[in-house]
Design a protein around this ligand. Structure first.
Ligand code: BGC
Length: 763
């Protein structure tokens, strides 16, 4: 009892301390009235930070706190005489990115916990788990003296080749928005702020700074903005980060439509907007559009803003508003409250949170003859480079500097498995030699992957004599600046294919199982090789505790309950955007036209009956579940409806089930995808035979489509079907209801319309 109390008190301590210091206040209007034009113009421009490792190019400004957290992504301008401190901002989204060793201090380290990538977190479909991850990351942010973390990132998985998909959640806006909202709530509950990014339609890395995204109003509202809308309305992030790209001809950071009409007027966002690093072109247009802070900031931007005010090109009232929005947030920040951070977050406890989250988001894609969990098999042959060299996460600003990581090799040994030693040594020697040959890694860039080692069949044969099970890991890494390639990335290369083929032939000849493990950040092709293996476990890039979590799932200590929040197609050409990604020319496209409109991911596959390899919402368990009948509280829709059904664990292991609710709308005037996800729930851990009743509330918004002609969300009159199932293709229970009359659910501002008529895109 006493220990429990102590642990709770310890966890709450930072919040209590922050609250105690929160009686400091800032009268924003009064402060702004005292500011000079120069101070205002500096307040809206960041204090340009050095790139990690690079020498300081400009001397720190007196009174600034540029070195409070050296090498963080950026900071804001301080005006000590007006009691305005500098806020420090640093990256996410897989944890806090700061430099672990500081030149000026050899006595301490500043490691952060590398959590699983966003795509894995979304695969948990578990908002309380994600909220707890957010809370844990938030504690590291607070305790390392950072005010705002630049996360979560919530662009949609429009195409599997986007190099930063690992930082993003899903192809579906409901999963994206609800998981992001849970993350923001968890992070901000510690007293720090977030910046949800990259707002908006930033779905590729190729020419990201200038690409002109041509997209219909309907696809924007229903897909590319929707996740942001949900996150803003549910979780009130302190800040937003505009993206690099243009939408329909205008840089997002210079778009009044996006940042004022939609974000502030339609969604009632109260925080401030910052640019992505060096994003957009014209500081004056950015101020006018409502992009309040230019990051990381260059002194010339302040000059341009000052001159524009002086010559009348920028109304001082606009600048005052930009400043006020920033000061409002500063007044809530740990820096303003003088929070005494410890530089000592409890990394040991946080590692446990990372381990639990990793195991919860792993997805079991195939499990022939219940190959998994391993039963009495203890002697394993571990193939594949990334079995020994875990890919923790992706590269670029989303990379975390963790103190250690647990490889699959270590995770399995720690869990009591014996690994074939000759194979282990072969890999460890090979990896050491190949790493020595690698060019020095370029900061922020994706390292060239070490080619998969080719292993002769007779060697595999010898290994198979003793080992009981073969595990083959396929690894992939990607990151900022570049999109992925098809050959040797989306598709397996010939050595990988050969490895799977040979291991499969040799082990199966001895009636021994082969398990494939996917240590990847984005979707790959599985169709050509999946028949060769008995089970496939998708572990994503699982964070620093990946190997331990992997062993938890392999051994059955954790029953996998993750499901795909993104479709695995049979082949790349099946992806609806495959013809127009990354744009008009493959290397340096000027524009990209989202011709597929709203038919992204499962919305396309299910409507046009294109069979995916593994569909959206899919994932197996070590147990089975049965779905009862769905009950609606009425079959006439008034203001809302409730759908209820009971799930029973009919198998032999305890497990959790993700229950998915889709709606098929009449789609008469506005064509609609065959079905769309409108709700989901995850049961608690159900023992064999146990049941849980889940219920969903269906609102008018869930029935509506965005009608560009009326600039409104419209719910068409007619018959709707509620489809509840274990994936988007595996519907277990249905019910229908009627909406007697059309409803105009919401009338909005006309905004972001493409200049050319691309009505035909609004399929
Ligand atoms: C990335 C952002 C990141 C920023 C600061 C940019 O290159 O696009 O996601 O937050 O850098 O590091």
């Amino acid at each position: 009892m006493k220990t429990k109390f102590f642990v709770v008190a310890l966890i709450l301590l930072p919040i209590i301390l922050l609250a105690q210091s929160s009686n400091l206040t800032l009268d924003v209007d009064e402060v702004v009235s005292k500011m000079t034009l120069e101070q205002k113009a500096k307040q809206v421009v960041g204090m340009r930070m050095r790139s990690p490792g690079a020498p300081q190019t400009t001397a720190p400004v007196v009174g600034q706190t540029e070195d409070r957290v050296p090498d963080a992504a950026g900071s804001t301008y301080a005006i000590p005489e007006l009691a305005i401190p500098s806020m420090v901002v640093a990256d996410g989204p897989a944890g806090l990115r700061i430099t672990p060793i500081r030149g000026n201090d050899s006595t301490k380290t500043y490691y952060a916990t590398a959590f699983p990538i966003a795509t894995l977190l979304a695969s948990t479909w578990d908002t309380s788990l994600v909220r707890n991850v957010g809370y844990t990351i938030g504690n590291e942010v607070l305790e390392y003296g950072v005010d705002i973390i630049l996360m979560p990132a919530l662009n949609l998985h429009r195409n599997p080749l986007c190099g930063r998909n690992f930082e993003y959640y899903s192809e579906d806006p409901l999963i994206t928005g609800s998981i992001a909202a849970a993350m923001v709530k968890g992070l901000q509950s510690t007293g720090i702020g977030t910046s949800i990014k990259h707002f908006a339609a930033n779905n590729q890395e190729t020419n990201r700074n200038n690409i002109n995204t041509i997209v219909s109003e309907r696809a924007l509202r229903e897909l590319y903005l929707k996740g942001f809308e949900i996150a803003v309305k549910r979780s009130h992030p302190w800040t937003m980060m505009s993206s690099y790209n243009k939408i329909n001809g205008v840089y997002t950071s210079e778009s009044n439509d996006l940042l004022t009409l939609i974000l502030r007027n339609d969604w009632d966002f109260k925080g401030f907007v910052m640019t992505d690093w060096f994003g957009g072109k014209d500081p004056v247009d950015q101020m006018k559009a409502g992009n309040d802070l230019l990051m990381p900031g260059v002194p010339q931007q302040s000059q341009v803003i000052m001159e524009a005010v002086k010559d009348g090109a920028l109304d001082i009232k606009i600048l005052d508003n930009n400043v006020k929005r920033i000061l409002n947030i500063i007044s809530r920040s740990p820096a303003f409250k003088k929070y005494q951070y410890s530089d000592k977050p409890d990394l040991k406890a946080h590692a446990q949170v990372a381990r639990t989250a990793a195991a919860e988001g792993m997805v079991l894609l195939k499990n022939e003859n219940s190959a998994l969990p391993l039963k009495n098999e203890k002697r394993l042959a571990l193939f594949g480079n990334s079995s020994y060299d875990l890919i923790v996460g992706g590269t670029g600003s989303g990379d975390v500097n963790e103190a250690y990581s647990i490889s699959f090799e270590k995770g399995l040994i720690d869990a009591g498995y014996t690994l074939d030693d000759s194979l282990r040594h072969l890999y460890l020697k090979y990896l050491k030699e190949e790493k020595a040959k690698q060019p020095k890694p370029r900061f922020f860039r994706v390292p060239s992957p070490i080619p998969q080692m080719s292993i002769p069949v007779n060697t595999i044969d010898k290994i198979a004599e003793k080992a009981e099970v073969a595990i083959v890991t396929i690894g992939r890494i990607s990151g900022e600046f570049t999109d992925r390639k098809l050959e040797g990335d989306f598709y397996l290369d010939s050595v990988e294919q050969e490895l799977l083929e040979n291991v499969s032939t040799v082990f199966h000849a001895r009636s021994k199982k082969v398990i494939a493990v996917l240590n990847i950040g984005g979707v790959i092709e599985v169709t050509s090789w999946r028949d060769k293996v008995d089970a496939i476990l998708l572990v994503w890039q699982p964070g620093q505790e990946g190997g331990a979590a992997f062993a938890d799932v392999l051994s059955g200590k954790v029953n996998p309950s993750g499901k795909l929040a993104t479709t695995f197609p049979m082949k790349y050409e099946d992806v609806p955007s495959s013809n127009n990604f990354p744009g008009t020319s493959p290397d340096n496209p000027e524009k990209v036209v989202y011709e597929e409109g709203t038919y992204v991911g499962y919305r396309y596959f299910n409507t046009f009956n294109v069979k995916p390899a593994y569909e959206f919402g899919y994932g197996l368990s070590y147990t089975d579940f049965s779905y009862g009948k769905v009950k609606l509280n009425s079959n006439i829709f008034k203001e809302k409806l409730t759908a209820t059904l009971t799930i029973t664990n009919t198998g032999k292991a305890a497990g959790k089930e993700i229950v998915e609710l889709y709606i098929s709308a009449p789609g008469k005037r506005l064509a609609k995808p065959a079905s769309e996800l409108k709700g989901y729930a995850k049961t608690k851990l159900l023992k064999p035979g146990a049941s849980e009743t889940v219920s969903f509330v269906i609102t008018t918004q869930d029935l509506a489509s965005f009608d560009p002609q009326r600039t409104s969300w419209i719910a068409e009159a007619g018959d709707y079907t509620v489809k509840i199932g274990s994936s988007s293709n595996n519907i277990q229970a249905t019910a229908t209801f009627k909406l007697p009359d059309e409803l105009v659910v919401e009338k909005l501002n006309k905004a972001l319309a493409p200049a050319v008529d691309i009505n035909e895109l609004t399929k």
